[in-house]
Design a protein around this ligand. Structure first.
Ligand SMILES: *[C@@H]1O[C@H](CO)[C@@H](O)[C@H](O)[C@H]1NC(C)=O
Ligand SMILES: *[C@@H]1O[C@H](CO)[C@@H](O)[C@H](O)[C@H]1NC(C)=O
Ligand SMILES: *[C@@H]1O[C@H](CO)[C@@H](O)[C@H](O)[C@H]1NC(C)=O
Ligand SMILES: *[C@@H]1O[C@H](CO)[C@@H](O)[C@H](O)[C@H]1NC(C)=O
Length: 368
């Protein structure tokens, strides 16, 4: 566990509790995912009920024989977190999943929205990541998740079958067989991280991904009344200060501009080796998936003409949405080091740069 003097630790815990409460308070507005909007009241009720919470997946009752080998994967756990959908997190997570021996869980909380009436609470989110990190996987979750292709490895979906038994044995075994865990989610808030980082200890690394809100909104196709990003973004720095070396932030536009550079920093951050070169599997992935000729579209498409892809929204967004998002998310656009366009003509004009300076202004990856 973390070696910090006692008073500091107590202070830290107090701060974490405060942050967590703040996170719950602001959470109702911190996401514009339709599904989360719908379940908002239930979520808030659940997330403030610290005595109850999740029933799935759960630890075996005390005294019960432990289920077949539950040895946690020996290696690291990496959480890829993004505040909203359509921000390139599939692309980033698939790149990270190229690490040999990785068990990759794609949106593990999706199950609760689609298969249960359970709303996602912070506690449930912590329990899921913790259960994954020790391969304590509940059977129905495993079956549903495997069938939907949400269990993955570097080769794509694994254990994808309608045979329930096979899915359970394959999913459990794959989790235990592989030494690294990768979890991608857009359903967790940054303010929930301190508790998770305490629970999982120093083996957990978090990568927070952010993208220009005009790009994310241009695909969601509605004008936000209020920008939902800031709470999550401003919390990132606080979590980084509380848990030095545990969290990195990446701006999607930086990843597209310099995939190899950003990936190298990420690899050093995850592996803890400050001079490590990019693993060949990551280098290969970047080479193949950022080749212009492979450009494609679609919600979870990871084949990108990366640089063009990052700014393609400029050719598609309409004026109302552009001006609306620039007004409501001005603070975030500023923080990311991007220009506001103020008109459709400027947005469409490639000579008008998105970035205020050519230098990356937001991505920050502490290489050990
Ligand atoms: C959330 O948004 C609603 C309406 O948009 C507003 O009344 C409320 O004060 C907001 N809550 C927080 C915590 O920002
Ligand atoms: C809190 O959770 C407990 C245990 O699940 C439950 O019995 C109780 O009714 C819940 N309270 C509220 C206010 O939802
Ligand atoms: C797990 O590892 C064992 C032993 O190496 C192997 O026989 C088995 O096929 C692996 N299972 C999966 C699902 O990868
Ligand atoms: C595009 O932007 C550049 C740089 O701001 C400007 O000089 C040029 O006049 C613009 N072109 C059009 C067609 O608006």
């Amino acid at each position: 566990m973390m070696m910090v003097p006692r008073p500091v630790r107590h202070f830290g815990q107090l701060l974490i509790a405060l942050l967590f409460l703040l996170g719950i308070k602001t959470w109702s507005n911190s996401s514009f995912e339709v599904t989360q909007e719908k379940g908002r009241d239930a979520i808030l009720r659940k997330s403030t009920n610290l005595s109850g919470g999740a029933s799935l997946p759960r630890a075996p009752p005390e005294g019960a024989a432990p289920p077949a080998p539950t040895s946690p994967p020996a290696g690291s756990t990496v959480l890829v977190l993004s505040s909203v959908g359509r921000s390139g997190s599939s692309f980033l997570a698939e790149l990270l999943s190229q690490r040999p021996n990785t068990f990759y869980s794609f949106e593990p909380m999706h199950y609760y929205e689609k298969s249960t009436r359970m709303a996602l609470s912070p506690r449930l989110a912590w329990d899921i990541v913790e259960a994954l990190s020790s391969c304590r996987l509940e059977e129905h979750w495993l079956r549903t998740t495997a069938r939907r292709g949400l269990l993955r490895s570097e080769a794509g979906a694994i254990c994808q079958t309608t045979d329930a038994e096979l899915a359970v044995s394959c999913g459990g075994e794959s989790c235990r067989n592989r030494s690294h865990l990768l979890v991608k989610t857009i359903r967790m808030r940054v303010s929930w991280l301190p508790e998770l980082l305490l629970r999982l200890g120093p083996g957990l690394r978090v990568v927070h991904l952010v993208r220009d809100p005009r790009a994310s909104f241009s695909r969601i196709l509605h004008i936000p009344r209020k920008c939902s990003f800031p709470q999550d973004l401003f919390m990132v720095d606080t979590v980084k200060k509380l848990f030095p070396g545990a969290m990195a932030s990446v701006k999607y536009e930086d990843l597209c501009l310099d995939a190899e550079g950003v990936a190298t920093d990420l690899w050093r951050f995850i592996s803890g080796d400050s001079t490590a070169a990019l693993p060949p599997s990551w280098a290969r992935y970047i080479q193949v998936h950022t080749a212009p000729s492979k450009a494609g579209r679609g919600a979870y498409n990871t084949w990108r003409d990366s640089q063009k892809e990052a700014e393609q929204w400029r050719q598609e967004i309409d004026e109302d949405l552009l001006l609306g998002v620039e007004k409501s998310c001005g603070q975030v656009i500023e923080l990311l080091g991007h220009n506001k366009f103020h008109s459709l003509a400027n947005a469409r004009n490639w000579s008008f740069p998105l970035r205020r300076t050519p230098r990356a202004l937001y991505s920050h990856i502490d290489v050990p």
